[in-house]
Write a protein that binds this ligand. Structure first.
Ligand SMILES: C[S@@+](CC[C@H](N)C(=O)[O-])C[C@H]1O[C@@H](n2cnc3c(N)ncnc32)[C@H](O)[C@@H]1O
Length: 191
């Protein structure tokens, strides 16, 4: 359980879900063991009467089935304040790079011990947007590839939630060559 009550009422509640090693300033990293997207009791116990201002979740949703992803979206919707948002990034099925798709594919690249071995789905922007729209969110696409593999970037600020595997932050994107990006959305709960 994370103790949201220990955050002063005048401080924003900004939570990283499935943080792994990520620890960004101003954000509280959480892990599946304490805040499982598929375990409503974790959320009840952590939040109770408080709601989050923002959630950040990078490369987690692809580890859930589509059905579980839809369930997780409704959970995030429930525990956000009106006007709050979830910034969420996953691998992009339209990104035209063979190596990237080899890593992203369902089951991962091979060894069962690989971190991507439990990839359950590879999203494109249409399906991923639908997951959150159906949960009640307004969806804003920040980075994605279209059906022709063209990359689209709509200016966004890491101050509102850094995503490492993104055009500007990933060290592999250099000299005008894009090697690693994500499908990134802001899912906003209407005010
Ligand atoms: C590839 S790692 C990404 C870690 C980190 N967000 C990053 O971008 O480096 C996938 C993470 O998803 C988490 N995860 C998987 N299923 C989850 C669930 N049901 N609820 C919360 N986190 C989950 C795992 O524990 C793991 O930390």
């Amino acid at each position: 359980m994370i103790d949201i009550r220990s955050i002063s009422p005048d401080q924003p509640v900004r939570i990283i879900i499935g943080a792994g090693d990520q620890d960004w300033p101003g954000w509280i990293p959480t892990h599946r063991e304490e805040l499982d997207l598929l375990n409503p009791a974790d959320w009840e116990n952590s939040f109770r009467f408080r709601r989050a201002d923002a959630f950040l979740c990078e490369h987690v949703w692809e580890h859930l089935t589509e059905t579980d992803g839809r369930f997780a979206a409704t959970t995030c919707f429930r525990w956000l304040k009106p006007g709050g948002y979830l910034r969420c990034a996953v691998p992009d099925s339209h990104f035209p790079d063979k190596e990237y798709q080899q890593m992203a594919k369902v089951g991962g690249p091979g060894p069962k011990t690989h971190p991507a071995a439990d990839h359950r789905i590879v999203y494109d922007y249409v399906l991923f947007s639908d997951i959150f729209a159906q949960a009640g969110f307004d969806v804003d696409l920040l980075e994605y590839c279209d059906e022709q593999g063209r990359f689209h970037y709509n200016q966004w600020s890491p101050d509102d939630g850094p995503v490492y595997r993104s055009l500007l932050m990933d060290h592999r994107n250099q000299d005008g060559i894009i090697k690693n990006v994500s499908l990134i959305i802001d899912a906003k709960k209407p005010a």
